[in-house]
Design a binder for this molecule. Structure first.
Ligand code: C2E
Ligand code: MG
Ligand code: MG
Length: 737
């Protein structure tokens, strides 16, 4: 079969038309062709010829070439045949009868010989070697592709397509609708439609009975309605179309390469009819162009988004944050209002990440991002600067307004998050700085908010701090802090403090918890809450913890020599310690070095570690328990409220978090929780240690709840070994040698 539908190559193809070509092969060709015998009698013609010549209105005259082309009388016909005998094809300008009356047209003739002696003449209307309409489609294609390439906006591109289509086919009204992810349509271009039409259909859902376009998008196939007034698909929209004289509509879905329907391309008619071959040809080209243009815009948007957003959470990145901040600061100067920069850092995120795995860590970050989005107005800038640091620009917000917002945010963040069946209560620490009071330079504001955030961490986390000028002097900026910490380890600036744990039933010392301190040469004592997270992040934690174990063991031997027997020495381990293959061998070597039994050492781990799905960790914990090391769950009740896992792990001690003890006298909820933990510990045969007991009242309540072991300032603060020595000598508690 000969494909003559590509008008660009018609000239070539025309010459290749074999002599025995059948008209049937050109029935749907995009050009008009008719078959005449050598006498000039019409034998047959294709659809396009019908439309152009419109001779079906005068059926009695159809049988001669003259009746269609008045200028081709018998003499002219003979003349043309004569010329054809010398040339493969000829072209000529002749008169034609069209539906709107006679006009002049180009024709192309080609002699076809069939059955040896029989000749037929193929007569093409139009100079098909240079058909302006088909060339029009090509020009349109080039123009639109060029416009796509130079990045013209989508609505301008669509406008160009529609206007060109309407110029090529004045009988149609052309529209492009976009379909969004929720299946709603949005007019993109409809240059000849009245505005009210576009307004009326904007945001309408696609569906099985949603006019031609909505249905085409719904079905994912072209929908041709030749009579809007009576077609059920138009029942809801027909009044709209009929009111502006549109009686038929043919709509084609626009697909992306991955098969999504992203729009529709429609031709409306002012009469009841279907699409012509030319319309089909044109629409085929245009739908393709629209799809290209839409995909191009999508990828542009994506590139823009990637350049200015954090890929994980979709929040703004540093670049966009800076841009927005600059704008906001300009307004602060011009309008004399304020801007608050909110710097939020999740507490112990590193631990969560290390213990639960990175994919759950990522999920947590996404959830936090979503929560921030929900809490803030759409116009607010929320950014993530990598890791677990989130920045929010509170425009036109002063300190007291920001206080209300940050309190609400912190409360919201703490709502437990369930991920893969694990419940996590995340908390965050926030620092805030306010322009113009603190500074008018964005980088400084950010730095100040960061400094304030570290103050919030040091104040116990899950809280916020506004920047104050003096913080800059006191607070450690991160960079110097990092190098200082490396030095601290090599220069032995670390020190171990010990806090007694008292068995309140037997009035004996149950054990001691080793708590590391950093004696900074200039800044004085730095709390582990400040530097442990840093050490975890920097990968220095194993080194510190192994040193604490060594130092603690050495000290225990020292006490033994003095007749003081410490039955349990508790040390804190971070989740990151468990990534270190040498953890257990080093512990065993240390115990052997000081000739201490494994039962002397209790390892305090956090709840998160036990949720680790890494089999290695589980195996390691089992091994530790088997060889007699104690395992305690620290800060119990704060992290992952699921208690069921406790049974599955070789734990022998639970440490009730200080936050419950703090509220135990006044808060019924805290008391109930503490009670539940203590009871559960008893049932599972675990030693329960209450942390942070500061007052006699708290002690009484804890005692009445049946908790056997207590640790807290009420008895003794963490002390250096020597000071603790004195305390031990004076204390009323029994220590057996
Ligand atoms: P933790 O293991 O829960 O330690 C208990 C914390 O509560 C200690 O804070 C202790 O000084 C404090 N505390 C004890 N009794 C009271 C009280 O009655 N009232 C109040 N308000 N606080 C009390 P510290 O020493 O600042 O340690 C903070 C955290 O740093 C520890 O919490 C532990 O998670 C971590 N940490 C400390 N030393 C080490 C270490 O050597 N290695 C690791 N990986 N983490 C450590
Ligand atoms: Mg501890
Ligand atoms: Mg604790």
């Amino acid at each position: 079969m000969i494909n003559l539908t590509d008008s660009a190559s018609v000239a070539n193809k025309l010459q290749q038309v074999p002599d025995d070509v059948q008209l049937g092969t050109m029935m749907h060709a995009p050009f008009a062709v008719a078959w005449f015998d050598t006498q000039g009698h019409l034998l047959d013609c294709n659809h396009a010829f019908h439309v152009k010549a419109n001779f079906d209105t005068t059926p009695s005259l159809v049988n001669s070439v003259h009746s269609i082309f008045p200028s081709i009388n018998t003499m002219r016909w003979s003349q043309l045949l004569q010329e054809l005998s010398e040339e493969p094809f000829i072209q000529s300008s002749e008169q034609i009868l069209t539906p709107s009356g006679p006009s002049t047209t180009e024709i192309t003739l080609r002699a076809i010989s069939q059955n040896k002696n029989q000749h037929y003449i193929a007569l093409f209307i139009g100079n098909i070697l240079n058909d302006s309409k088909y060339q029009g489609i090509q020009t349109l294609q080039h123009e639109v592709l060029e416009a796509v390439a130079v990045g013209k906006p989508l609505n301008i591109l669509m406008e160009t397509i529609c206007t060109r289509v309407e110029a090529l086919a004045p009988e149609v009204v052309c529209t492009v609708l976009l379909v969004d992810n929720e299946g709603k349509v949005h007019p993109c271009s409809a240059p000849s439609m009245p505005d009210f039409f576009s307004v009326a259909i904007d945001n309408e859902p696609i569906g099985p009975q949603a006019g031609s376009c909505g249905t085409a998008a719904w079905r994912g196939e072209a929908v041709e309605v030749t009579d809007i007034a009576n077609d059920p698909l138009w029942v809801n929209y027909k009044d709209l179309a009929l009111s502006i004289g549109l009686l038929a509509c043919w709509s084609n879905p626009i697909f992306t390469r991955d098969g999504r329907v992203v729009g529709t391309f429609a031709l409306y008619y002012r009469e009841k009819r279907g699409a012509s071959d030319f319309h089909r040809q044109m629409v085929e080209a245009c739908v393709h162009l629209c799809s290209l243009a839409i995909e191009h815009e999508e990828s542009e948007k994506q590139i823009y988004h990637l350049a200015f957003h954090d890929p994980l959470t979709g929040l703004a990145n540093r670049m966009l944050l800076r841009d927005r901040a600059m704008l906001a600061l300009q307004q602060v100067k011009q309008r004399n209002n304020s801007l608050t920069v909110l710097f939020m850092d999740l507490d112990r995120f590193k631990t969560i990440n290390d213990s639960l795995g990175h994919s759950l860590g990522d999920q947590l970050l996404k959830t936090v991002a979503d929560r921030l989005r929900q809490q803030m107005k759409p116009a607010d800038t929320i950014a993530r600067l990598g890791g677990d640091e989130f920045i929010i620009l509170l425009t036109e917000t002063n300190a007291s307004q920001a206080r209300v917002i940050v309190e609400r945010l912190l409360k919201n963040i703490t709502t437990p998050i369930v991920m893969s069946g694990v419940e996590i209560a995340a908390t965050a620490s926030v620092g805030l700085s306010v322009a113009p009071d603190d500074d008018l330079d964005f980088e400084n504001l950010l730095k100040n908010a960061d400094v304030a955030m570290y103050k919030a961490k040091a104040a116990g986390r899950n809280t916020y701090q506004f920047f104050q000028k003096h913080m800059n002097d006191l607070v450690v900026d991160r960079i110097t802090m990092e190098s200082a910490l490396r030095r601290a380890i090599s220069e032995r600036e670390l020190e171990v403090y010990y806090q007694p744990q008292i068995n309140i039933i037997s009035n004996e010392i149950y054990g001691l918890e080793a708590l590391v301190r950093w004696q900074h040469p200039e800044r004085g004592l730095i709390s582990p809450d400040t530097f442990i997270p840093l050490a975890e992040e920097m990968g220095l934690i194993s080194e510190i913890d192994q040193w604490v174990i060594e130092e603690g063991c050495r000290q225990c031997v020292e006490w033994r020599k003095q007749g003081i027997d410490i039955k349990h020495l508790s040390v804190n381990l971070s989740a990151a310690d468990f990534l270190n293959q040498n953890l257990l061998p080093t512990i065993l070597q240390t115990l052997a070095k000081y000739q201490l039994a494994t039962s002397c050492l209790t390892l305090e781990i956090t709840e998160g570690l036990m949720l680790n799905s890494v089999p290695d960790t589980v195996a390691l914990l089992d091994k530790m328990s088997e060889i007699g090391l104690g395992l305690a769950v620290d800060d119990f009740g704060t992290g992952y409220s699921s208690l069921s896992y406790i049974k599955q792990f070789p734990i022998n001690e639970l440490k009730v978090d200080q936050s419950f003890v703090k509220g135990i006298a006044d808060d019924e909820g805290d008391r109930a929780l503490a009670h539940a933990i203590i009871q559960m510990g008893a049932i599972l045969n675990l030693t329960v240690v209450a942390e942070g007991v500061e007052t006699a009242q708290q002690l009484e309540i804890i005692r009445n709840l049946g908790c056997p072991v207590v640790q807290g300032y009420h008895f003794c603060k963490p002390l250096p070994a020597e000071a603790l020595n004195e305390w031990l000598q004076q204390s009323k508690f029994i220590q057996r040698a």
